[in-house]
Design a protein around this ligand. Structure first.
Ligand code: ADP
Length: 407
């Protein structure tokens, strides 16, 4: 029997999962060779759930081998089924621990933590800070606890990586009492930044510890300025709404707009929340889609306007993040758009030519690992992110990856 670590990333309507052999995450080998035994997702939770999955070689698992899920199934029923299905789908694998992505660890958690009743109490208190994600992250932990009470579980926080920032970088210009209450810039996408920070020496040698800005451009998008491979500043703040324009989120906005929507347009806070989280960004500006790939292939001028604004805003944020690290040596693009869209990378970097950023067009078109021109003052890299392996490794380390017995 192979011991395996289950990685779960539970959201409001979908759950992503992966099963990693302990042996592959506990060694220090190249992460590229550390493919999960199985990975997949269940989408449409609470409505019409559909499971899709692929095996180690990237082949889709056929419909006849997928787990049937009844409509309207919630986490409490879904998780035990998923656990059983995973063990039966992967020959001779036993789940020995589970690691969860948890969006908010507050100020108290600067690294992953073993799940205990005390930790769950702590994390429940943070729900008001991340109402869209935290309740689902915690529901998945609880459902695993109910199904397998003896299974060791670990929570890995998206906010932890940024706790190295000095107070200046984490503060809003608000009355002190509100700052003391925890209304600060927490930052997110920390698991992705943690992975990229670990990969930098392989690409940059000694320059890995220099001034690096990582652009995580996916449906959610943010940037992190690093020095010595630690977070110095980041574009997301108190919530994952701040900073860059995203697929459906507006990013930084004049707070006066929100007051205007409430006071003069009669919108409720729920309606404003819906507008800012789900109807803005690429979708709002294009009126077509939140999906960059769809917009790039559209002939609509509104699609082009949305892409232009996305790239302009990204370049402005990147330039402002050079201040906390005193300049820039390297830009890293990652996540769905950052890894795959040559057009977006080119447009962002065109705005940055004044700071000595020059792309090699051929390398950029091929999504090569290094896309800057020889002689560019700033190195520009593409590094595919891997948040799952960060969770799997932390889980392995914190649980000593001992197989669970007596289940
Ligand atoms: P999430 O934040 O949901 O994890 P991803 O990191 O998967 O998001 O990124 C999704 C985004 O990446 C979408 O906007 C998608 O269109 C974009 N993307 C993926 N592949 C391409 C591509 N080849 N060209 C342009 N955009 C792409």
């Amino acid at each position: 029997m192979k011991d395996a670590i289950l990685v779960l990333n539970a959201g409001s309507s979908s759950i992503k999962f992966a099963l990693y052999p302990v042996i592959s995450v506990s060694d220090t080998g190249d992460a590229d060779n550390q493919a999960p035994l199985i990975r997949g997702k269940i989408t449409g939770i609470g409505n019409n759930p559909i499971l899709s999955a692929q095996d180690r070689t990237g082949n889709k698992i056929g419909q006849n081998r997928l787990m049937p899920i009844a409509p309207n199934t919630e986490y409490d029923d879904l998780i035990p089924n998923l656990l059983g299905w995973l063990e039966s789908s992967v020959d001779d694998a036993t789940i020995c621990a589970a690691g969860h992505r948890v969006v908010h660890g507050g100020q108290g958690h600067d690294k992953p933590a073993r799940v205990t009743p005390e930790l769950m109490n702590d994390l429940e208190k943070l729900i008001p800070l991340a109402p869209l994600h935290q309740p689902h992250n915690l529901a998945a932990i609880r459902a695993v606890t109910t199904a397998l009470p003896d299974l060791a579980q670990v929570a890995c926080f998206d906010t932890s990586f940024h706790r190295t920032q000095i107070k200046l970088a984490q503060s809003f210009a608000l009355p002190r009492a509100l700052t003391d209450e925890g209304i600060i810039r927490y930052g997110f996408h920390g698991l992705s930044y943690d992975y990229i920070a670990g990969q930098l020496p392989k690409h940059l040698g000694a320059r890995a510890n220099g001034r690096v800005i990582v652009a995580h451009l996916g449906n959610g998008a943010s940037m992190c300025a690093m020095k010595n491979r630690q977070s110095v500043a980041t574009s997301m703040g108190f919530t994952a709404l701040d900073g860059l324009m995203m697929g459906r989120r507006c990013g930084t906005i004049d707070p006066g707009v929100i007051l205007h929507l409430i006071d003069n347009k009669g919108m409720s806070s729920q309606e404003v929340g819906q507008l800012l989280y789900n109807q803005s960004g690429l979708l709002g500006v294009s009126g077509i889609s939140n999906d960059m790939h769809v917009l790039e292939t559209s002939i609509s001028p509104h699609a082009q306007e949305a892409i232009n604004l996305f790239c302009y805003r990204a370049a402005c944020e990147l330039a402002s993040l050079t201040i906390p690290i005193g300049g820039i040596d390297t830009i890293v693009f990652t996540a769905g758009i950052g890894e795959n869209s040559a057009y977006v990378r080119q447009k962002i970097c065109e705005h940055l030519s004044w700071m000595g950023v020059f792309l090699d067009d051929g390398a950029n078109t091929k999504n090569a690992p290094r896309i800057s021109k020889a002689g560019s003052d700033v190195d520009v890299l593409i590094i595919p992110t891997n948040e799952e392996i960060v969770i799997a490794r932390a889980t392995c380390n914190l649980t000593n990856s001992r197989p669970v017995t007596g289940r």
